[in-house]
Design a protein around this ligand. Structure first.
Ligand SMILES: C[S@@+](CC[C@H](N)C(=O)[O-])C[C@H]1O[C@@H](n2cnc3c(N)ncnc32)[C@H](O)[C@@H]1O
Length: 256
Protein backbone atom coordinates (compact mmCIF):
# COMPACT_ATOMS: atom_id res chain seq x y z
CA UNK A 1 0.00 0.00 0.00
CA UNK A 2 1.01 3.45 0.16
CA UNK A 3 1.44 1.80 3.42
CA UNK A 4 0.15 4.33 5.77
CA UNK A 5 2.66 6.55 4.23
CA UNK A 6 0.99 9.69 5.34
CA UNK A 7 3.12 9.78 8.46
CA UNK A 8 6.81 10.57 8.44
CA UNK A 9 9.04 7.71 9.35
CA UNK A 10 10.24 7.61 12.92
CA UNK A 11 7.27 9.30 14.57
CA UNK A 12 7.09 8.22 18.17
CA UNK A 13 4.21 7.09 20.34
CA UNK A 14 0.76 6.33 19.06
CA UNK A 15 1.66 6.82 15.42
CA UNK A 16 3.81 3.76 15.46
CA UNK A 17 2.16 0.39 15.29
CA UNK A 18 0.94 -0.22 18.83
CA UNK A 19 -0.83 -3.56 18.48
CA UNK A 20 1.50 -6.54 18.48
CA UNK A 21 0.61 -8.44 15.33
CA UNK A 22 3.01 -11.27 15.66
CA UNK A 23 2.35 -14.21 13.45
CA UNK A 24 3.83 -16.36 16.18
CA UNK A 25 0.29 -16.69 17.53
CA UNK A 26 -0.84 -18.17 14.21
CA UNK A 27 -0.26 -21.71 13.12
CA UNK A 28 2.10 -22.32 10.26
CA UNK A 29 5.76 -22.96 9.48
CA UNK A 30 8.43 -20.59 10.80
CA UNK A 31 9.35 -19.60 7.23
CA UNK A 32 5.88 -18.24 6.50
CA UNK A 33 5.74 -14.55 5.55
CA UNK A 34 4.76 -12.30 8.47
CA UNK A 35 1.94 -10.45 6.85
CA UNK A 36 0.70 -9.13 10.19
CA UNK A 37 3.99 -7.32 10.73
CA UNK A 38 4.15 -4.92 7.81
CA UNK A 39 7.53 -3.22 7.45
CA UNK A 40 7.78 0.53 7.76
CA UNK A 41 5.30 2.98 9.15
CA UNK A 42 1.90 1.62 10.02
CA UNK A 43 -1.31 3.21 11.21
CA UNK A 44 -1.73 2.49 14.87
CA UNK A 45 -4.45 4.88 15.97
CA UNK A 46 -8.02 5.74 14.96
CA UNK A 47 -6.95 9.31 14.12
CA UNK A 48 -4.24 8.08 11.79
CA UNK A 49 -6.65 5.70 10.05
CA UNK A 50 -9.14 8.56 9.60
CA UNK A 51 -6.36 10.70 8.10
CA UNK A 52 -5.49 7.84 5.77
CA UNK A 53 -9.11 7.67 4.62
CA UNK A 54 -9.08 11.41 3.85
CA UNK A 55 -5.75 11.24 2.02
CA UNK A 56 -6.86 8.24 0.01
CA UNK A 57 -9.73 10.35 -1.33
CA UNK A 58 -12.46 7.81 -0.64
CA UNK A 59 -15.13 8.37 -3.29
CA UNK A 60 -18.39 6.41 -3.25
CA UNK A 61 -19.14 7.40 -6.88
CA UNK A 62 -15.84 5.87 -8.02
CA UNK A 63 -16.59 2.77 -5.93
CA UNK A 64 -20.02 2.51 -7.57
CA UNK A 65 -18.54 2.89 -11.04
CA UNK A 66 -16.15 0.01 -10.32
CA UNK A 67 -18.93 -2.16 -8.88
CA UNK A 68 -21.01 -1.50 -12.01
CA UNK A 69 -18.08 -2.57 -14.18
CA UNK A 70 -17.68 -5.76 -12.16
CA UNK A 71 -21.40 -6.60 -12.32
CA UNK A 72 -21.89 -6.44 -8.56
CA UNK A 73 -25.64 -6.59 -7.93
CA UNK A 74 -27.94 -8.08 -5.30
CA UNK A 75 -26.87 -11.56 -4.27
CA UNK A 76 -23.33 -11.38 -5.64
CA UNK A 77 -20.71 -12.57 -3.18
CA UNK A 78 -17.80 -10.12 -3.16
CA UNK A 79 -14.55 -10.29 -1.18
CA UNK A 80 -12.38 -7.16 -0.94
CA UNK A 81 -8.89 -8.16 0.19
CA UNK A 82 -6.94 -5.55 2.18
CA UNK A 83 -10.17 -3.57 2.35
CA UNK A 84 -8.70 -0.76 4.44
CA UNK A 85 -11.40 1.65 5.57
CA UNK A 86 -14.05 -0.40 3.81
CA UNK A 87 -15.61 1.98 1.29
CA UNK A 88 -15.91 -0.56 -1.55
CA UNK A 89 -17.36 -3.21 0.78
CA UNK A 90 -19.96 -0.79 2.13
CA UNK A 91 -20.99 0.33 -1.37
CA UNK A 92 -21.30 -3.33 -2.42
CA UNK A 93 -23.46 -4.09 0.63
CA UNK A 94 -25.66 -1.07 -0.15
CA UNK A 95 -26.59 -2.71 -3.46
CA UNK A 96 -27.48 -6.01 -1.80
CA UNK A 97 -24.26 -7.93 -2.36
CA UNK A 98 -22.96 -10.36 0.25
CA UNK A 99 -19.91 -8.25 0.96
CA UNK A 100 -16.78 -9.42 2.81
CA UNK A 101 -13.97 -7.10 3.86
CA UNK A 102 -10.62 -8.66 4.78
CA UNK A 103 -7.69 -6.81 6.33
CA UNK A 104 -4.80 -7.55 8.70
CA UNK A 105 -5.33 -4.29 10.57
CA UNK A 106 -7.73 -4.15 13.49
CA UNK A 107 -7.68 -0.35 13.30
CA UNK A 108 -8.73 -0.38 9.64
CA UNK A 109 -11.48 -2.90 10.33
CA UNK A 110 -12.83 -0.81 13.22
CA UNK A 111 -13.10 2.20 10.88
CA UNK A 112 -14.74 0.03 8.19
CA UNK A 113 -17.27 -1.41 10.64
CA UNK A 114 -18.21 2.09 11.80
CA UNK A 115 -18.65 3.15 8.16
CA UNK A 116 -21.02 0.22 7.56
CA UNK A 117 -22.99 1.04 10.71
CA UNK A 118 -23.38 4.67 9.65
CA UNK A 119 -24.59 3.48 6.24
CA UNK A 120 -27.01 1.05 7.90
CA UNK A 121 -25.72 -1.95 5.96
CA UNK A 122 -24.54 -5.37 7.03
CA UNK A 123 -21.16 -6.63 5.84
CA UNK A 124 -18.79 -9.38 6.94
CA UNK A 125 -15.43 -8.27 8.33
CA UNK A 126 -12.47 -10.59 8.74
CA UNK A 127 -9.11 -9.90 10.33
CA UNK A 128 -6.94 -11.89 7.95
CA UNK A 129 -4.32 -11.47 5.27
CA UNK A 130 -3.86 -12.21 1.58
CA UNK A 131 -2.01 -15.35 2.51
CA UNK A 132 -3.98 -16.79 5.40
CA UNK A 133 -7.54 -15.71 4.60
CA UNK A 134 -9.73 -18.82 4.41
CA UNK A 135 -13.01 -17.82 2.86
CA UNK A 136 -15.77 -19.04 5.19
CA UNK A 137 -18.70 -18.77 2.79
CA UNK A 138 -19.30 -20.47 -0.57
CA UNK A 139 -17.11 -19.53 -3.55
CA UNK A 140 -16.96 -15.82 -4.29
CA UNK A 141 -18.24 -14.32 -7.54
CA UNK A 142 -15.94 -11.31 -7.36
CA UNK A 143 -12.67 -10.66 -5.54
CA UNK A 144 -11.13 -7.20 -5.51
CA UNK A 145 -7.98 -5.68 -4.11
CA UNK A 146 -6.82 -2.11 -4.46
CA UNK A 147 -3.59 -0.41 -3.45
CA UNK A 148 -2.39 -3.37 -1.40
CA UNK A 149 -0.92 -6.37 -3.22
CA UNK A 150 2.42 -4.52 -3.31
CA UNK A 151 2.61 -5.26 0.43
CA UNK A 152 3.94 -8.69 -0.48
CA UNK A 153 7.28 -9.55 -2.12
CA UNK A 154 6.83 -11.24 -5.48
CA UNK A 155 7.13 -14.83 -4.26
CA UNK A 156 4.33 -14.15 -1.78
CA UNK A 157 2.25 -12.26 -4.31
CA UNK A 158 2.13 -15.49 -6.31
CA UNK A 159 0.95 -17.41 -3.24
CA UNK A 160 -1.67 -14.75 -2.55
CA UNK A 161 -2.96 -14.99 -6.13
CA UNK A 162 -3.30 -18.75 -5.75
CA UNK A 163 -5.37 -18.09 -2.62
CA UNK A 164 -7.56 -15.65 -4.59
CA UNK A 165 -8.12 -18.22 -7.33
CA UNK A 166 -9.04 -20.77 -4.67
CA UNK A 167 -11.79 -18.61 -3.20
CA UNK A 168 -13.38 -17.72 -6.56
CA UNK A 169 -15.87 -19.80 -8.51
CA UNK A 170 -14.78 -20.82 -12.02
CA UNK A 171 -15.60 -17.86 -14.28
CA UNK A 172 -15.49 -15.52 -11.30
CA UNK A 173 -13.92 -12.08 -11.57
CA UNK A 174 -10.73 -10.81 -9.99
CA UNK A 175 -9.95 -7.09 -10.07
CA UNK A 176 -6.51 -5.80 -9.12
CA UNK A 177 -5.53 -2.13 -8.91
CA UNK A 178 -2.19 -1.06 -7.52
CA UNK A 179 1.05 0.79 -7.90
CA UNK A 180 2.22 -1.28 -10.88
CA UNK A 181 5.12 -0.27 -13.07
CA UNK A 182 4.82 -0.22 -16.86
CA UNK A 183 7.88 1.90 -17.70
CA UNK A 184 10.98 0.42 -19.28
CA UNK A 185 13.29 -0.80 -16.50
CA UNK A 186 16.10 1.36 -17.86
CA UNK A 187 13.89 4.45 -17.36
CA UNK A 188 12.87 3.59 -13.80
CA UNK A 189 14.64 6.45 -12.00
CA UNK A 190 13.12 9.10 -14.25
CA UNK A 191 9.54 7.75 -13.90
CA UNK A 192 9.71 7.16 -10.17
CA UNK A 193 11.09 10.64 -9.53
CA UNK A 194 8.38 12.21 -11.71
CA UNK A 195 5.67 10.30 -9.77
CA UNK A 196 7.09 11.40 -6.42
CA UNK A 197 7.45 15.00 -7.56
CA UNK A 198 3.94 15.30 -8.98
CA UNK A 199 1.94 13.21 -6.50
CA UNK A 200 3.55 14.41 -3.24
CA UNK A 201 1.52 17.02 -1.33
CA UNK A 202 2.57 19.39 1.45
CA UNK A 203 2.31 18.03 5.01
CA UNK A 204 -1.28 17.79 6.17
CA UNK A 205 -2.68 18.08 2.64
CA UNK A 206 -2.45 14.45 1.56
CA UNK A 207 0.27 11.87 0.96
CA UNK A 208 3.67 13.56 0.95
CA UNK A 209 6.80 13.13 -1.16
CA UNK A 210 8.32 11.27 1.80
CA UNK A 211 5.39 8.87 1.72
CA UNK A 212 5.95 8.03 -1.93
CA UNK A 213 9.71 7.82 -1.48
CA UNK A 214 9.18 5.32 1.35
CA UNK A 215 6.80 3.34 -0.85
CA UNK A 216 9.47 2.86 -3.51
CA UNK A 217 12.21 2.19 -0.98
CA UNK A 218 10.42 -0.18 1.40
CA UNK A 219 7.49 -1.80 -0.33
CA UNK A 220 7.24 -4.29 -3.17
CA UNK A 221 5.56 -2.75 -6.21
CA UNK A 222 6.51 -4.61 -9.35
CA UNK A 223 6.23 -4.59 -13.12
CA UNK A 224 3.00 -5.30 -15.00
CA UNK A 225 4.76 -7.99 -17.05
CA UNK A 226 5.70 -9.86 -13.89
CA UNK A 227 2.14 -9.69 -12.59
CA UNK A 228 0.81 -10.94 -15.93
CA UNK A 229 2.81 -14.14 -15.59
CA UNK A 230 1.77 -14.57 -11.99
CA UNK A 231 -1.92 -14.11 -12.78
CA UNK A 232 -1.76 -16.64 -15.57
CA UNK A 233 0.07 -19.18 -13.39
CA UNK A 234 -2.48 -18.70 -10.62
CA UNK A 235 -5.26 -19.77 -13.00
CA UNK A 236 -6.58 -16.49 -14.39
CA UNK A 237 -7.30 -15.30 -17.91
CA UNK A 238 -6.57 -11.60 -18.22
CA UNK A 239 -9.66 -9.96 -19.71
CA UNK A 240 -8.19 -6.48 -19.79
CA UNK A 241 -5.32 -4.58 -18.34
CA UNK A 242 -4.53 -0.93 -18.33
CA UNK A 243 -1.50 1.05 -17.32
CA UNK A 244 -3.22 4.26 -16.36
CA UNK A 245 0.12 5.94 -15.73
CA UNK A 246 3.66 4.53 -15.88
CA UNK A 247 3.33 3.81 -12.14
CA UNK A 248 -0.29 2.69 -11.71
CA UNK A 249 -2.35 0.02 -13.36
CA UNK A 250 -5.14 -2.50 -13.15
CA UNK A 251 -5.95 -6.04 -14.23
CA UNK A 252 -9.42 -7.45 -14.77
CA UNK A 253 -9.29 -11.25 -14.79
CA UNK A 254 -11.50 -14.31 -15.01
CA UNK A 255 -10.76 -17.42 -13.06
CA UNK A 256 -10.41 -20.35 -15.44
C1 LIG B 1 -3.12 1.44 1.12
S1 LIG B 1 -4.26 0.52 2.07
C2 LIG B 1 -5.50 0.22 0.84
C3 LIG B 1 -6.84 0.04 1.46
C4 LIG B 1 -8.00 -0.06 0.49
N1 LIG B 1 -7.90 -1.24 -0.35
C5 LIG B 1 -8.08 1.18 -0.34
O1 LIG B 1 -8.03 1.08 -1.57
O2 LIG B 1 -8.22 2.26 0.24
C6 LIG B 1 -3.54 -1.07 2.25
C7 LIG B 1 -4.29 -1.98 3.19
O3 LIG B 1 -3.68 -3.26 3.13
C8 LIG B 1 -3.73 -3.83 4.43
N2 LIG B 1 -2.75 -4.92 4.42
C9 LIG B 1 -1.41 -4.86 4.48
N3 LIG B 1 -0.86 -6.07 4.34
C10 LIG B 1 -1.89 -6.94 4.17
C11 LIG B 1 -1.98 -8.34 3.98
N4 LIG B 1 -0.90 -9.10 3.89
N5 LIG B 1 -3.20 -8.89 3.85
C12 LIG B 1 -4.32 -8.13 3.93
N6 LIG B 1 -4.30 -6.79 4.13
C13 LIG B 1 -3.09 -6.22 4.24
C14 LIG B 1 -3.44 -2.67 5.34
O4 LIG B 1 -3.84 -2.92 6.67
C15 LIG B 1 -4.25 -1.58 4.66
O5 LIG B 1 -5.56 -1.52 5.15
Amino acid sequence: MLRMLLLPLGLPGPYKQVMPRSDTTRPGPAWFFREYEPAGVDLGSPAAVAAYDRNQGTDSDADDALLDRLGVVTGIRLVDLACGTGSLVVQAARRGAEAHGVDVSQEMLAFARARAERAGVGAHWHQAGFLDYAHPAGPADVVTTRSALHQLPDFWKQQALLNVAGMLRPGGTFYLWDVIFSFEPADAAEHLQRWIDTAGRPDGRGFTRADFEAHVREEFSTYAWILEGMLERAGFDIVSDASLTPTHGEFLCRRR
